[in-house]
Design a protein around this ligand. Structure first.
Ligand code: KG4
Ligand code: ZN
Length: 343
C-alpha cells in the first residue's frame, strides 16, 4: 500500500471525534466535540444524552476534520471507525455514518477495536518508528491491561484487571473526595499532599500473577474517609496523594514484573490514565532501570479518546492484515479484549 490517508471516526463514549491521518502517524486534523460538560454535575455519562449529541455533531465534526486537513474524500484510502466496545447507541452513530460515507464516497471501510486505537496512539505525530517487541500498559476508564506486542496489530494479552479499571478507581476515588467528573484529572490536581500519610496495601501482593485489582484500594479510601469523620476535608490533599500513589504503585509493580519476565525493546503507556504525571514519573524511572525506551502519546489529547488513534490503527490493519475483509464487522457494546490484536 502506498501513502495512506485515512479518515478516523470515534464515538464510543461521550465524544464525537473525527481525524485525518497519513501513514498512521502524520495527524492532518483531529477534531473532538465532547458532551462531558453536561455530565460534570452527575456521576458520569448519560448514554441517551450522549448519543443524541453525537447524532447532531457527527457530520459537522467530520466536515471540520476534512476541511482542516485540506483533504477531499477522493484522496482517502479508507475510513476507519470504532466498532466497539463502548456505549451501543454512541457506537452506532459512528459506524452508521462511516458505512454511509464509505458507500457514498466509494472508500473502503475498516472496523477498529477501541483498544487497538489506544495501542496505536503512541505513533501519532512521531516520525520515529518503534522497535518491537513492545510492552504496552493500556490504562483507561475501561481498561488496565498489559500487552506484549510483536507488531502493531499482533501480540498477546499478558494480564487484565480482575475488577475495576484504574481510570474507574480514579473516578470513584474522586467522587468519594467530592471532586467533579472525570475524576482522574481532578484527583491528580488535588494530590499535592503527602504520598505516605495514609496507608494502602499493594493489591494481590504475594500472588504469582500480573493481574490488576483496584476495588480494594477504593474501599480502603472509603474507610480512611469514614475514620476521619468530619475532619476528612482538612486531609483531602493527603488522601488524594496517598490514594494516587497506591494506584500508581500497583501499576508500576505489574510493569516491573512484566519487564523482568519478558524481553522487550520499548515500554508504551496509553489510554486516559497515561496522562497522569506521577505515573509517568514512576514509569520513566522503571524504563531507565530496565534499559528500555519509554513511549507515551505525544500530546495529552492522544491519551484520552480521539479519532486520530483509530485512523492510525486502521492504517496498520490495512498494512499488516491486507487479506482480511475489515468492512465485515458488527458494532458491539461488548467486544473481548482478545479480539483487539491477532495472536
Ligand atoms: O481513554 P479514556 O479517555 O476513555 C476510556 O476509554 O475509558 O480514559 C478516561 C479515563 C477516566 O477514567 C479519567 O479519569 C482518566 O482516564 N484520566 C486520568 C487522567 N486524565 C484522564 N487519570 C489519572 N490522571 C489523569 N491526569
Ligand atoms: Zn478509550
Amino acid at each position: 500500500m502506498g501513502p495512506g490517508i485515512l479518515l478516523g471516526i470515534e464515538t464510543s463514549c461521550d465524544e464525537t471525534a473525527a481525524s485525518v491521518v497519513r501513514n498512521g502517524t502524520e495527524v492532518f486534523s483531529s477534531v473532538i466535540a465532547s458532551s462531558m460538560e453536561e455530565f460534570r454535575e452527575g456521576a458520569g455519562v448519560i448514554p441517551e444524552l450522549a448519543a443524541r449529541r453525537q447524532v447532531e455533531w457527527m457530520m459537522p465534526v467530520i466536515a471540520q476534520a476534512m476541511t482542516e486537513a485540506g483533504v477531499e474524500h477522493g484522496s482517502l484510502s479508507a475510513i476507519a471507525v470504532t466498532k466497539g466496545p463502548g456505549l451501543l447507541g454512541s457506537l452506532l452513530v459512528g459506524t452508521g455514518t462511516a458505512r454511509v460515507l464509505s458507500s457514498l464516497w466509494d472508500v473502503p471501510l475498516i472496523g477498529v477495536h477501541h483498544t487497538l486505537g489506544h495501542l496505536s496512539s503512541t505513533w501519532l505525530g512521531t516520525g520515529d518508528a518503534p522497535t518491537f517487541p513492545v510492552l504496552t500498559l493500556s490504562v483507561s476508564g475501561g481498561h488496565s491491561d498489559l500487552w506484549l506486542r510483536k507488531s502493531h496489530t499482533s501480540g498477546t494479552l499478558l494480564s487484565s484487571t480482575r475488577d475495576d479499571a484504574v481510570g474507574e478507581a480514579f473516578d470513584k476515588g474522586a467522587s468519594l473526595l467530592g471532586l467533579p467528573y472525570p475524576g482522574g484529572p481532578s484527583l491528580a490536581n488535588m494530590a499535592t499532599g503527602s504520598r505516605s500519610r495514609f496507608p494502602f496495601s499493594l493489591p494481590l501482593r504475594g500472588e504469582d500473577t500480573m493481574d490488576f485489582s483496584f476495588s480494594g484500594l477504593k474501599t480502603a479510601l472509603r474507610y480512611h474517609i469514614r475514620d476521619l469523620g468530619d475532619r476528612w476535608v482538612e486531609h483531602r490533599h493527603d488522601l488524594a496523594a496517598s490514594f494516587q500513589e497506591a494506584l500508581c504503585a500497583h501499576l508500576l509493580d505489574r510493569v516491573q514484573k512484566a519487564l523482568e519476565s519478558n524481553t522487550v525493546r520499548e515500554l508504551h503507556v496509553v489510554g486516559g490514565v497515561s496522562a497522569n504525571a506521577r505515573l509517568r514519573e514512576l514509569l520513566s524511572e522503571a524504563a531507565r532501570k530496565h534499559g528500555v525506551t519509554l513511549r507515551l502519546p505525544g500530546k495529552p489529547e492522544y491519551c484520552t479518546d480521539n479519532a486520530a488513534m483509530i485512523a492510525s490503527a486502521g492504517y496498520f490493519l490495512l498494512q499488516e492484515q491486507p487479506d482480511r475483509d475489515h468492512s465485515e464487522f458488527s458494532t458491539a457494546a461488548q467486544l473481548s479484549l482478545a479480539q483487539a490484536l491477532s495472536a
